[in-house]
Design a protein around this ligand. Structure first.
Ligand SMILES: C[S@@+](CC[C@H](N)C(=O)[O-])C[C@H]1O[C@@H](n2cnc3c(N)ncnc32)[C@H](O)[C@@H]1O
Ligand code: SF4
Length: 346
């Protein structure tokens, strides 16, 4: 229950949107090279990832999170890069979980290291995991992730997460035209009736390095029609305001599928998400070109009031709605580079 004092301190942005979610990228590196996120040729072996000292330490992440929570943040999502590459991650989760006001902590992972860490993460207070899996077919899976890992490792991760109670589990599947469209029905079939919800994500123009083209996007409505023809679906009401995925339940009661349609059905109007990059920059949009540096002032000795003012001011000035304006913004010749996905997570 929010009390009046908390509500008083919750900023709204210029479009009247409150701050409710904080996505924390704990690691810019990844053990995959998904061409739609960190293409291998651009994120090669000499790529200059952050140095350890450039990443926010756990203490710094905790201090900033403690400042975000009184401004309305209730849900945290730990992401990356690949968050499970961050050493001692359960220690961070345990400390985040102890912050009064934090109601939910989730993690997004490619799942390869999950079997090893699921129980420890659950014991530390992690509530839920979202696991990315673009195909059950090993060859297509490898094509979608740059040639790393095995489908069987991800499935094992999912099993361990389920056994550890890290649910409800969601699967994120990015669909790219001409690459993994045929993986849709097998994925739905595999997870129907298991309590796990597969969410199909339209390929997005995040970052600057994935050579995104609109022709590579498969609109969610096409996928929905394809699934509906095999297993009839009906729309489900959102669980909460600002839910990113539109969900559809199977008529036969075998659960639901979701669609995240940032390209064809943008959901900026209800976006309450703030993003903290691995090097401590506060972004107010996944597609942002600039952010507000929090690490600089934090390391220069700013006190909590100063940092709180910066956070509040940044959110209050926010008017991002990139997905709604995508085509106009992309056509502008002065459009600058966007932040890369591995710095701020999905
Ligand atoms: C950036 S990843 C970080 C966490 C973890 N490495 C993973 O893959 O789950 C978070 C999510 O963003 C999704 N993603 C990355 N690039 C994308 C793109 N260009 N379009 C749509 N989704 C994308 C991934 O599939 C993943 O589900
Ligand atoms: S989507 Fe996730 S797993 Fe794939 S390259 Fe990006 S951060 Fe790594």
């Amino acid at each position: 229950m929010e009390n009046l004092a908390t509500l008083d301190r919750s900023p709204q942005d210029r479009l009247g949107r409150p701050l409710r979610d904080l996505r924390i990228s704990v690691m810019d590196r990844c053990n995959f090279r998904c061409p739609y996120c960190m293409p291998r040729e651009r994120f090669h072996e000499h790529y200059a990832f952050l140095k350890t000292a450039e990443r926010l330490s756990f203490e710094e992440i905790l201090r900033l999170t403690r400042l975000f929570v009184p401004m309305g943040v209730r849900k945290l999502r730990i992401t990356g890069g690949e968050p499970l590459l961050r050493v001692n991650l359960p220690d961070l989760i345990a400390d985040l979980n102890a912050i009064p006001g934090v109601e939910d902590i989730a993690l997004t992972t490619n799942g390869v290291l999950l079997a090893k860490h699921a129980y420890e993460l659950k014991a530390a207070g992690l509530a839920r995991v979202t696991i990315s899996l673009d195909s059950l077919d090993q060859d297509i899976f490898a094509r979608m992730n740059g040639g790393f890992g095995k489908v069987s490792e991800v499935l094992e991760g999912i099993e361990h997460a389920q056994a550890a109670g890290l649910g409800p589990i969601k699967i994120n599947t990015v669909i790219q035209r001409g690459v993994n469209e045929d993986s849709v029905l097998p994925l739905v079939e595999r997870f129907r009736g298991t309590g796990i919800t597969v969410r199909f994500i339209e390929y997005m123009d995040v970052g600057n390095r994935n050579d995104w083209r609109e022709q590579l996007v498969v609109p969610s409505r096409d996928l929905q029609a394809r699934i509906h023809a095999r297993w009839p679906l009906q729309p489900v009401r959102p669980d909460y305001a600002g839910e990113v995925a539109r969900r559809y339940a199977f008529d036969d009661g075998a659960g639901a599928v979701g669609f995240i349609s940032s390209v064809t059905q943008p959901f900026c109007g209800a976006c309450s998400r703030a993003r903290l990059s691995s090097d401590g920059v506060f972004y107010t949009c996944l597609f942002a070109q600039t952010g507000t540096d929090l690490r600089g002032p934090l390391r220069a000795g700013a006190d909590d009031d100063d940092l709180g003012r910066i956070i509040r001011g940044t959110w209050s000035h926010r008017d991002d709605r990139y997905s709604e304006q995508r085509m106009i913004l992309r056509s502008r010749s002065q459009a600058g580079p966007k932040v890369e996905m591995n710095y701020i997570g999905g």
